[in-house]
Write a protein that binds this ligand. Sequence first.
Ligand SMILES: [Zn+2]
Length: 271
Amino acid sequence: MKASILHLLLCLTLVGCNTKNEQSLETVSESASKSIIDLSHSYSDKTVYWVTAKEFKLDTVFKGQTEKGYYYAANNFSTAEHGGTHIDAPIHFAKNAQTVDEIPLEKLIGNAIKIDITQKSSNNPDYLVNIEDFTNWEKTHGHTIPDKSIVLIETGFSKYYPDKVKYLGTDERGDHAVKLLHFPGLSPEAATWLVENRNINAIGIDTPSIDYGQSEYFQSHVILLKQNIPAFENLTNLDKLPSNEFEIIALPMKIEGGSGAPLRIVALVSE
Ligand SMILES: [Zn+2]
């Protein structure tokens, strides 16, 4: 499946895949029936950051007609690693674990599944995804979560983004605001179950953190990142995904030594 994603990428950027051999033709027709869904929020002054993190800033360097007659636009930007749609590299909560540039691409590109807990979290911003939420998925699909899956959790909270009061639980900022955070996340028990019983490549959620807002010790982060399972946070458009059999391409900014980075993540879904 990995090969087919790479082929699709090539076909998206190159004209001429429909030549030479039959295999290419088949893959082109296969990829032609796939839609690409953007799971990233854009970066702007509205981007949601952790309440203690430095927010996104865009400064115009130049915008307009130059003296030489051509148009020119360029900006500088600055951002914390952890804000908006981003990745947590294993080193974020695990000493000597992989930094963002060291995460193997094989973990970031591949087959994915989705766990839908929108019903359960709709009236409970402190909902914790439990083991049963995963075993229910397995019962419905008649098999365990496939090896090397990227597992996405849909809470429905991205519909509140970027309204901080609804999405984070508060629009206050600073150390005192951490206690005011309310949004769903993954229970440490379920994180432990995943790393001990299943073999997943990465995990993602449509809230600001894989641990829920009221977490004090960020145990799910520690459990997953220790096993070099990166986490994608502040995802969107998960409602447009099926629960099984789609592919993810998640490419973070390659910050050397980074504990995380802005993430462009897309899903390929058969139509
Ligand atoms: Zn993060």
